[in-house]
Design a binder for this molecule. Structure first.
Ligand SMILES: [Zn+2]
Length: 219
């Protein structure tokens, strides 16, 4: 996944990384460090903000409010995404576009597509305050990298359990050529034509090349 972005992603949240689109990494694995969830029938991601880094002052990050600002007064990644979401709500800007990657298991990431960042807030998780970010999946993401309109209908995210089932069935390889890198989860019948995301039968693994070929053919 990092090849696609042209940078090495060490952090889970990357606001306008390299001056381009923002990127977040999510996980819904049982042992995931943050509580990310999919709601509204698969079209909306609620993403949890990130803790202050483990550090010198020996505090336990999970017991401390997630920070909005660094000691220097500059915003953290939480703070940058929060500012963008609040400015969008105040109609001061367009919705920030965010690429979302999901960790399926160790070393295997899936691209969940682009999302609009539409809201943010803090809430108490029982121990401390955490940031929450609301993102809507952008429909027909593959069609046009640069066109974006909040009026578009929302694309559905393939559920994690379906991805895991497809990954196992297709043995972690492109179903056309057997390549095992740059893999994408492809709807056999596109969602826009009534294909479903919720069963493995309509989803297959394709490498980047075969994924692009298929989209070219549909166009
Ligand atoms: Zn292939």
């Amino acid at each position: 996944m990092c090849q696609r972005e042209g940078l090495s992603l060490q952090r889970g949240m990357n606001f306008q990384a390299n001056g381009r689109l923002s990127i977040i990494l999510m996980s819904r694995r049982p042992n995931a460090p943050y509580n990310d969830s999919i709601t509204d029938n698969g079209t909306t991601l609620i993403y949890e903000g990130h803790d202050e880094p483990k550090s010198k002052n020996s505090s336990t990050p999970k017991n401390v409010d997630q920070p909005e600002f660094l000691p220097s007064g500059r915003p953290t990644e939480n703070g940058k995404f929060h500012r963008a979401a609040q400015d969008y709500k105040a109609k001061l800007r367009e919705a920030e576009i965010v690429r979302v990657y999901e960790k399926l298991f160790s070393g295997v990431w899936s691209y969940n597509g682009r999302f609009h960042l539409v809201d943010s807030w803090t809430e108490h998780d029982g121990t401390r305050n955490v940031f929450k970010f609301k993102l809507h999946a952008i429909e027909d993401d593959a069609r046009d990298e640069f066109e974006h309109s909040p009026e578009l209908n929302h694309r559905r995210i393939i559920p994690t359990n379906v991805k895991l089932e497809v990954w196992k069935r297709d043995a972690g390889q492109c179903t056309k050529c057997g390549a095992s890198d740059e893999l994408h989860f492809d709807h056999i019948i596109p969602y826009s034509r009534g294909g479903t995301s919720v069963t493995a039968e309509n989803v297959q693994l394709l490498c980047a090349r075969h994924n692009l070929q298929k989209h070219d053919r549909i166009e």
